[in-house]
Design a protein around this ligand. Structure first.
Ligand SMILES: NC(=O)c1ccc[n+]([C@@H]2O[C@H](COP(=O)([O-])OP(=O)(O)OC[C@H]3O[C@@H](n4cnc5c(N)ncnc54)[C@H](O)[C@@H]3O)[C@@H](O)[C@H]2O)c1
Length: 307
């Protein structure tokens, strides 16, 4: 498999590292800054003998080198600064995502696009619109990250391993994240039986604000270890190495009563992109929250037209 990572900043470079280290694909790393992707690719190739992988990575500033990509991960754009919301990034990053997609499409007309640039839901919609690709070939990364953050926080709260915790978040990447208490378990036991309501709410609020918490601590730039791990997990699924449902920003066509909008839902991924939206058993309250998140995204995507 050939994966292009557009944007060689913190998320792009750590994504490239995870993909080559796991031998998931050959990687083309691209950026507008001359020398940056070339230098990073050279450094990564020189780590190969120590880490133990085949050094299939090149850096470039030329889109001709990305031709024939099976997957294109878009991380190009500005990250948040302290006090900035993901929406503050909308105008700045829409121009970048539009330009990147226009340059990628001619050389890789059958690629799957995984959008990472924020604001995530809107940028995913924009990439789908500009590419003209089938909607199942264009998706956004957010739910795997939000779910990982929730699992990590639950594990810390209960003093256990995150590997014993299962949890999934749906909805939008941001204020309208939809946590699913009934689907969260620790060692197979429902989370709601292990902590009180106030603790649940505190864990959800911290998950929702986890990106901002990290931005506040870093002062410059935003999170990248967990985001790149989440992208790598999606590429692993696209490569057919796992079949587990993952929460992904995907185009809904009536599932959960939601139609014609990108929103975080559980999906199965494969070589064709989103191969199935998994209709989890949601109760009325959960469904209402998911539909509200979807309508919020629909309204924000309409704002894109006015840019
Ligand atoms: N979806 C998520 O869950 C999630 C998580 C983390 C970060 N993000 C987002 O990912 C994006 C990247 O974050 P980062 O920390 O890597 O930022 P960064 O500033 O470290 O890197 C961004 C890179 O994009 C490059 N770039 C800018 N315009 C470009 C263009 N037209 N073509 C190619 N490259 C271009 C820059 O030169 C820079 O190297 C941000 O928008 C951030 O908000 C999303």
């Amino acid at each position: 498999m050939r994966v292009t990572v557009v944007g060689s900043g913190f998320v792009g470079q750590t994504t490239a590292m995870r993909v080559v280290e796991r031998g998931l694909a050959e990687v083309v790393l691209i950026d507008i800054v001359e020398g940056l992707p070339q230098g990073l690719a050279l450094d990564l190739r020189q780590s190969a003998p120590v880490v133990g992988f085949d050094p299939a990575i090149v850096g470039t500033n030329d889109y001709a080198d990305t031709a024939g990509s099976d997957v294109v991960v878009i991380t190009a754009g500005f990250p948040r600064q302290p006090g900035m919301s993901r929406m503050d990034l909308l105008g700045k990053n829409a121009g970048i995502v539009r330009d990147v997609v226009e340059r990628i499409v001619p050389g890789s007309p059958n690629a799957i696009i995984v959008v990472v640039t924020n604001p995530l839901d809107e940028m995913t919609f924009l990439a789908a619109d500009v590419s003209g690709f089938p909607r199942e070939s264009v998706m956004g990364m957010a739910g795997v990250l939000d779910s990982a953050r929730l699992r990590a926080l639950i594990a810390e709260e209960l003093g256990t391993s995150p590997l014993r915790v299962e949890a999934m978040t749906l909805g939008s990447h941001g204020e309208s994240m939809v946590p699913l208490p009934r689907h969260a378990t620790v060692d197979g036991k429902p989370l709601a039986d292990l902590v009180d309501e106030a603790t649940l709410e505190r864990l959800y609020a911290r998950t929702r604000d986890a990106g901002a918490e990290i931005v506040g601590l870093l002062k410059k730039g935003s999170a990248y270890y967990a985001p790149s791990a989440s992208v790598a997990k999606m590429i692993e699924a696209i490569a057919g190495r796992t079949d587990e449902p993952l929460p992904v920003c995907a185009w809904c066509t009536g599932q959960f009563g939601i139609e014609g909008v990108y929103v975080g839902v559980p999906v199965r991924l494969g070589a064709a992109g989103v191969t199935e939206i998994v209709e989890l058993d949601l109760n009325e309250e959960e469904l209402a929250a998911l539909r509200e998140a979807a309508e919020g995204i629909r309204a924000k995507c309409a704002d894109l037209a006015s840019l």
